[in-house]
Design a protein around this ligand. Structure first.
Ligand code: 16G
Ligand code: MG
Length: 545
C-alpha cells in the first residue's frame, strides 16, 4: 500500500496559495489566518510522523500568541512538553512550502532521513486559542492527522502551557500530573493552597490582584480555575474576552513594549496588577505609585523574585543544590548585575527564544529562566527534585529545615516545568509575595531598571545581519558592530545590540543607558546605523521622545 496515497487525495482540499513561502520560526508558523489552512493540514501530517518517530504523543497548538487577532499560527510540542526539535523545524518549513505535486516526496524524504517506523501508532493532542479562525484551522490539523491514520484527542480551547502540560503528563504515564484540565487545576491549586497555608492570616489587600487577560484564552482558563483556589486569592479579571478584541491595546506584550497600562483596567495607586499574553504563556506585573508614575515588573524582576525565594529556602533546608539564572540579551543590565554581584548566583545569556533558555536551564540542579518579556519558568533536575521530596517527607527532619523542604516541594508542584505559564507563574509569584509578606512596591525596590528603548528597522533582507555571543554582537555587515561600539562610548552604563527578528520581517534594536533620554537617543542612533549599513527601506528612523 502506498502510505501517502490518502494525502494525495485530500491535500487538494487544503491547497497552498501559489508562491506563498512561510518559515517555522522561533514560535512556529505565524501569518494571516487565511493563509494558513494548508500549513495546518501539513502540520497534522508532520505531527503523525514525529509521533511515530518518538513513539510518544505529540502536541499541536493553534495560536499566534500576542499577534493581532487576524493572525494565527501553529506549533508542535515534543514528548516532554518541550519545543519541537530543531531538525524537525526545518522539515516543517520544507513541508509547508512544498508544491502540491511534491508533497509525497517531501514526506517520504522525512521518513527515510529519520528512519520513521510507519508501523508505530501515532497519537496527537490538539489545543487552540480563542481566535475566531482557530476552530476551523484546528480542523485542518485533524484532517492531516486522520489522513495518516493517527489517533487524536482534541482538547479544544487551551492555553499553550496547558497543552504542553497535557503532552508531558501523558508521556510520563501521568507521573507529572493528570492529563485533563481538571488535573491541571487541581495540581496547581493544591500546591498553591499548601504554600499559602504556611502563613495563617494575611491582610485582605494582599490577596487582591487585578488581571488583564488580553481578551484571550488565559482569561478564560483563569476564570475556570478560580473555584479551585478556595478564595485564597481575590482575582479581578478584566479584558476577559467578553467584549474586547484579543491583544488590542492590552496584554503582556502591549504593556511591556509601550511601558504603559492596558486599556480596560481601572488602576488605583499601589494596586497590584498583571497582564497575560494572548495564549497565556507570558506574564508581567505593574502598578502606579502615588505620584502617578507607572512601574513595570517584567520577566527579569520575576526571575529575581523567584531566585531569591528559592535560594533562601535552599539555605534554610541546608540543601547543597546549584541554582542558576538564564536570560537573553534583552535582560535589563541592572537585573544581571543584581543577580550576579549581590545574590552571587551565576547568570547565563542565550539566544532569544524559549527553546534556548529552556535547554540551558536544564543544565543545572535548579535553572530559573525568564525572558524580559515575561516568558519563563523554573526547572528542577530529577536529582534535585528527588532530594527535595525525600527531605520533605523525612519524618525525622524537624523545624526550619523540614518546613523549608516542604515549601520547596510545593513550589515544584506549582511551577509548570514544561514551559513558561502565565497562570502557574501568577500563582507562584502570589505565593512568594504572600509568604515573604512583600508588597509589589517592596518587590520592585529590589533593584532599579536601567532606562531602555526597543525599536525596529525595516531593511530589504534582515538576514544580512548575523550575530554571535547570544545575539549581543553583530558580525555582519562588516563594520556595523564597530559603529555601534563607537556610539556606546558616548553614554554612561550603556549597552545596545541589533538582531534580526525571528517572528517579524524587521531588525530589532535594543539600547539601555543611565537616563531615558540617553537610551532613546542611543536606540535612535543605532537604528540609523542599521538603516544605512544593512539596506534600510522606507522612512529613515526618527528620534522618539
Ligand atoms: C517568540 C518566542 C519568544 C521570543 C520572541 C522573540 C517562543 C515560544 N516564543 O514569541 O520567546 O522572545 O519570539 O521575537 O519561543 P522576535 O524574534 O521577533 O524578537
Ligand atoms: Mg505567548
Amino acid at each position: 500500500m502506498d502510505y501517502f496515497e490518502e494525502t494525495k487525495k485530500v491535500s487538494g482540499q487544503h491547497p497552498k496559495p501559489v508562491g506563498l513561502v512561510l518559515e517555522y520560526g522561533t514560535a512556529g508558523f505565524r501569518a494571516k489566518a487565511e493563509q494558513l489552512d494548508h500549513v495546518m493540514y501539513r502540520m497534522g501530517l508532520l505531527a503523525v510522523l514525529r509521533s511515530k518517530k518518538t513513539a510518544c504523543t505529540i502536541g499541536v497548538m493553534v495560536t499566534a500568541s500576542h499577534n493581532p487577532e487576524e493572525d494565527n499560527g501553529v506549533k508542535l510540542v515534543d514528548p516532554h512538553g518541550e519545543m519541537l526539535a530543531s531538525d524537525w523545524e526545518t522539515y516543517a518549513t520544507h513541508l509547508a512550502n512544498a508544491e502540491e505535486q511534491n508533497l509525497k516526496s517531501v514526506l517520504t524524504n522525512i521518513v527515510e532521513k529519520e528512519s520513521v517506523n510507519l508501523q508505530e501508532v501515532a497519537r496527537i493532542f490538539l489545543g487552540r486559542d480563542t481566535r475566531p479562525s482557530s476552530q476551523k484551522l484546528s480542523q485542518a490539523v485533524v484532517d492531516g492527522v486522520c489522513d495518516l491514520g493517527g489517533a487524536f484527542q482534541d482538547y479544544g480551547l487551551l492555553s499553550t502551557p496547558q497543552l504542553h502540560y497535557m503532552v508531558c503528563c501523558w508521556n510520563t504515564m501521568e507521573q507529572y500530573g493528570i492529563a485533563t484540565v481538571e488535573g491541571y487545576y487541581q495540581k496547581l491549586a493544591s500546591a498553591f493552597i499548601a504554600l499559602t497555608n504556611q502563613i495563617p492570616s494575611h491582610p485582605e489587600e494582599m490577596r487582591q490582584l487585578y488581571v488583564d487577560g488580553a481578551n484571550g484564552i488565559g482569561a478564560l482558563k483563569l476564570k475556570e480555575m478560580e473555584p479551585y483556589l478556595e478564595k485564597k486569592l481575590k482575582l479581578n479579571l478584566c479584558n476577559n474576552g467578553t467584549t474586547g478584541k484579543l491583544n488590542y491595546l492590552c496584554g503582556a506584550d502591549f504593556v511591556k513594549v509601550h511601558q504603559k497600562p492596558p486599556q480596560g483596567l481601572d488602576m488605583k495607586a499601589n494596586e497590584r496588577c498583571c497582564s497575560f499574553d494572548g495564549d497565556g504563556d507570558r506574564i508581567v506585573y505593574y502598578y502606579f505609585d502615588q505620584s502617578g508614575c507607572f512601574h513595570l515588573l517584567d520577566g527579569d524582576k520575576i526571575a529575581t523574585l523567584m531566585t531569591t525565594f528559592l535560594k533562601e529556602l535552599l539555605a534554610k533546608a541546608d540543601l547543597d543544590l546549584q541554582i542558576a539564572v538564564v536570560q537573553t540579551a534583552y535582560a535589563n543590565g541592572s537585573s544581571t548585575r543584581y543577580i550576579e554581584d549581590i545574590m552571587k548566583v551565576p547568570v547565563h545569556c542565550v539566544n532569544t527564544g524559549v527553546k534556548f533558555l529552556h535547554h540551558k536551564a536544564q543544565e543545572f540542579d535548579i535553572g530559573v529562566y525568564f525572558e524580559a518579556n515575561g516568558h519563563g519558568t523554573v526547572l528542577f533536575s530529577k536529582a534535585a527534585e528527588s532530594k527535595i521530596r525525600q527531605m520533605a517527607q523525612d519524618e525525622s527532619q524537624k523545624g526550619e529545615k523540614s518546613s523549608a523542604a516542604k515549601v520547596l516541594e510545593h513550589t515544584i508542584d506549582l511551577i509548570n516545568q514544561t514551559v513558561g505559564d502565565a497562570i502557574s507563574d501568577l500563582l507562584t509569584i502570589e505565593a512568594i509575595l504572600f509568604i515573604k509578606g512583600l508588597t509589589i512596591q517592596q518587590w520592585d525596590l529590589i533593584y532599579t531598571d536601567l532606562p531602555n528603548r526597543q525599536l525596529k528597522v525595516k531593511v530589504s533582507d534582515r538576514h544580512v545581519i548575523v550575530t554571535e555571543d547570544a545575539g549581543r554582537r553583530a558580525v555582519s555587515p562588516a563594520g556595523l558592530q564597530e559603529n555601534i561600539d563607537t556610539l556606546l562610548k558616548k553614554y554612561r552604563l550603556s549597552r545596545a545590540f541589533v538582531r534580526p527578528s525571528g517572528t517579524e520581517d524587521v531588525v530589532r534594536v535594543y539600547a539601555e543607558a543611565d537616563t531615558q533620554i540617553s537610551a532613546d537617543t542611543l536606540a535612535y542612533e543605532v537604528s540609523l546605523v542599521v538603516y544605512n549599513m544593512a539596506g534600510g527601506v522606507g522612512e529613515q528612523p526618527k528620534l522618539l521622545h
